[in-house]
Design a protein around this ligand. Sequence first.
Ligand code: ZN
Length: 303
Amino acid sequence: MASTIKSKLYAGIEAGGTKFNCVIGTDPQTILKRTKIATSTPDVTLVEVKDWFVQQSLELGPFSALGIACFGPLDLQPASPSYGHITATPKPHWSKTDVAGYFQSELNVPVGFDTDVNGSALGEHLYGAGQNISDFVYVTVGTGIGAGIFVNGALLKGMVHSELGHIRLPRDPSQDSFAGNCSFHGDCLTGLAAGPAINARWNCSGSALPEHHPAWDLEAHYLALMCVNIVMSYSPKRIILGGGVMDQRHLFPVIRRKFAQLLNNFMLPETPLDDYIVPPGLPGTSGEVGALALAINAELELR
Ligand code: ZN
């Protein structure tokens, strides 16, 4: 039975390595329905997600478009034969999965498709800590590390998309004997500072480590080095740090202090650092807001 909702409906998927967060809204900030579906294999998860949206469209009415903010790496080149696919991901079973094409054919709506972190950056740009800022970088520090980079008011696309989480940082073995756990690079940024690296280095979940544990000073050191590299590369007007690790809000003042020390008065932002390195304006929801914004963009592009 279709409802009497008069507004257009948009569907959004924040597709992560552990769950698919599925939402339906009339705009990016007005969510009518939501569910979370565990990420297992594509054959199971994509069908479960599709079935949920089909059921919702029967109850609420048809969707105008779908936006997908997906874990990657992804093929985002529209002219490529594998556009819309997850490419070579370390996540078992998901390499070469056609995510965008599957939902486009099953749901028969325009599909907007981008990385999960680009989706979050778009959400922050529209409604969060990146509003009215033409040049900013949004970084998520969680199961992995990734960045959405806004340049001149638009997301930087480039050859593929940013993989800022895999930049190389100096590691002093006398201070940090952990060799890193990135399956590609060992001690890249992700291998040193993402959630699984914290767990592996200290043999303890990060969420169980107390605030005064030395893990956090080291974590702040690596994230401050990352922020220095971001400033040198993109000269952004703000850096937003989100993701599960950044729920440890005590990290922020330590990162800012170390960042200033590392810069050593070279390229130090004029903005007070409390206002320069900041938490998200949409904590926990920037991804779903971004997914719905991708849906609206997809619909507009077809007009
Ligand atoms: Zn790496």
